[in-house]
Design a protein around this ligand. Sequence first.
Ligand SMILES: Cc1cc2nc3c(=O)[nH]c(=O)nc-3n(C[C@H](O)[C@H](O)[C@H](O)COP(=O)(O)OP(=O)(O)OC[C@H]3O[C@@H](n4cnc5c(N)ncnc54)[C@H](O)[C@@H]3O)c2cc1C
Length: 393
Amino acid sequence: MTEDLETFRAETRAWLEANCPPEMRQPVRSDKDINWGGRNPVFQPGQKEWMDAMAGRGWTVPDWPQAYGGGGLSPAQTKILREEMRKLGCRNPLNSFGISMLGPALLKYGTEEQKREHLPRIARGEIRWCQGYSEPNAGSDLAGLATSAEDKGDHFLVNGQKVWTSYADKADWIFCLVRTDKSTKQGGISFLLFDMETPGVSTRPILLISGYSPFCETFFDDVKVPKGNLLGELNKGWDVAKYLLGHEREMISGMGNEGGNKSLHAIARDKVGLTEDGKLADPLLRAQMALFEVRTRAFGAMSERFMDELKAGRAHPAQPSMMKYYGTELNKTRNELMMAAGGSDLLEWESDASNGGAAARAWLRTKANSIEGGTSEIQLNIIAKRILQLPGA
Ligand SMILES: Cc1cc2nc3c(=O)[nH]c(=O)nc-3n(C[C@H](O)[C@H](O)[C@H](O)COP(=O)(O)OP(=O)(O)OC[C@H]3O[C@@H](n4cnc5c(N)ncnc54)[C@H](O)[C@@H]3O)c2cc1C
């Protein structure tokens, strides 16, 4: 078995070396370097070749079954693939809510027909999905959502509004929570999939403090959705929604490990300088960075254990809340330290030297980490209740 894995590692490395274009081995510098696929993608050099090569082997979704466009790899092989990609500095070939959120829910709750229709297209990056959960009066209290889907025989008629729908204006399809029974809260929600080009769907971007506008208000006005687009059972969408949220929180927690701390160390060395014995010259920053380094390594070890437990089906269902809470705290601290080390130079908003204010924009974006996918307060409530079993929680 170990020998098989060693062979797999050697073959994987050789294949990556031969097929990963040089441009795709550079660190991600801006949003443009991230490939989301979809019907109308704008590819940077090397992006499409890299995505197609990986999709051809099922390696955009290495652990999904081959029948649905995946690689059919075991958890151990998947881990090796990721390790080898990291070693060579290969970029993620495809970023996608379809992969990290909807796919797992489709695999668990989808009919065979739904799996065959949607999963291969997600794996090949042909369809870009967005998430229609939050509404103006239903964020943390998500089950209070009001967008309605009326049964019209062969279709549902959807009316209502969503908010904070990330990339809704660029997405091709939406996975959407709708109310199909008004007499009960959680028990009256269903989970629908539909094309954003369906008549009656419109979006309006919301401008952020970072200067970007990645998310939208989304409106549904008499949108006809075929009955076959219901995922899971009628009025049982809350189960699908919670399962998907676990995967979303796991994905967001990955920010805790993002890019190691190399750029932080480099910035601190360049800006603050070193003492004669090679220590960072600012003792306060040095202490903060040491503490941060210890916490990142502990989180890295915890993430690895969690992923192993998850693949083996032994993870506690509330564990993604722990990971999400801590991973996002770490990412915020990483960016705070970066700004502390870099000083006013990094606050520059628009210039070639600052790459369009990349560091300042990234720092501001981290402020949303503890809100998106469920706020930190809500994660702490879940941890208190479901993991620590605290009285009154
Ligand atoms: C960058 C970003 C991207 C997002 N993308 C999407 C998306 O693609 N699709 C989508 O559907 N949604 C998306 N969201 C929305 C996100 O899921 C909600 O913002 C989040 O669930 C919080 O809801 P809210 O904004 O309504 O805040 P509220 O629920 O109004 O919360 C306000 C404050 O009150 C606290 N609070 C609320 N209830 C409790 C409680 N019971 N106990 C303790 N404290 C509480 C909260 O923690 C928070 O601090 C995104 C949000 C962000 C920031």
